[in-house]
Ligand binder design. Structure first.
Ligand SMILES: [Zn+2]
Length: 213
């Protein structure tokens, strides 16, 4: 993107950023220091259907998505298109940590589910409707194999790697910077993400855009 973003957020581990996009606006998630998972969510403004990873895998006939692939919502309508990806490895399989999962890992802290619930309240969404299958685990290295096994390991993303999505609907989004204390999940030390947002192509004046970001 050659022009300047219309909004930018830095998200520290254990916190979130949230907002609303118009169709055609683009959102880039940057792994600032590398090896850090982001749990990324979206909902249709029109009917509040969430993005849904099981249906996304079915529509794409793959769970490892790349540039040009689309994420769909629970009504099987496209909600994002991946337009750039310098990291190349993510998990579009759903699932994210909870406070109970963090306690089992030795730290009593809020997990991504409790954190995204705060963001849903801020956006006027009902957190009791939250489903684990709505999480896109950006930069996660976990992988499914044909023998039935699942492998993990730290994210392979390097400092400054990013993935960029274009909004295919007017949508709400939330990005949670996962605090889970694990070498396999966040490289042993959780570090921040940055989110940058650009106006839709040929948007002309940015007047009136700020309320959407
Ligand atoms: Zn988490």
């Amino acid at each position: 993107m050659s022009n300047d973003p219309i909004a930018s957020h830095t998200i520290q581990p254990g916190s979130y950023a949230a907002g609303r996009l118009r169709v055609g606006q683009t959102l880039r998630v940057t792994d600032v220091e590398g090896a850090q998972i982001a749990d990324f969510f979206a909902w249709s403004v029109q009917d509040q259907c969430p993005q849904e990873m099981g249906l996304t895998a079915m529509v794409n006939a793959r769970w490892a998505l790349s540039v040009g692939d689309q994420l769909v919502d629970s009504a099987v309508e496209p909600i994002w298109t991946i337009v750039e990806d310098t990291a190349g490895k993510h998990l579009f399989g759903g699932g994210c940590c909870t406070r109970a999962v963090n306690i089992k890992a030795g730290v009593d802290q809020l997990g991504c589910v409790e954190i995204v619930s705060e963001g849903m309240l801020e956006l006027g969404l009902d957190p009791t409707t939250f489903q684990q299958t709505t999480a896109a685990n950006l930069f996660a290295a976990r992988a499914y194999h044909t023998d039935g096994s699942i492998t993990g390991g730290p994210p392979v993303s390097k400092a400054g790697d990013s993935i960029t999505f274009r909004a295919e609907q007017e949508l709400y989004w939330i990005l949670v910077c996962c605090p889970y204390p694990s070498e396999d999940v966040n490289g042993g030390k959780s570090t921040p993400h940055r989110v940058d947002i650009w106006a839709e192509k040929d948007a002309g004046s940015e007047e009136g855009v700020a309320e959407y970001v």
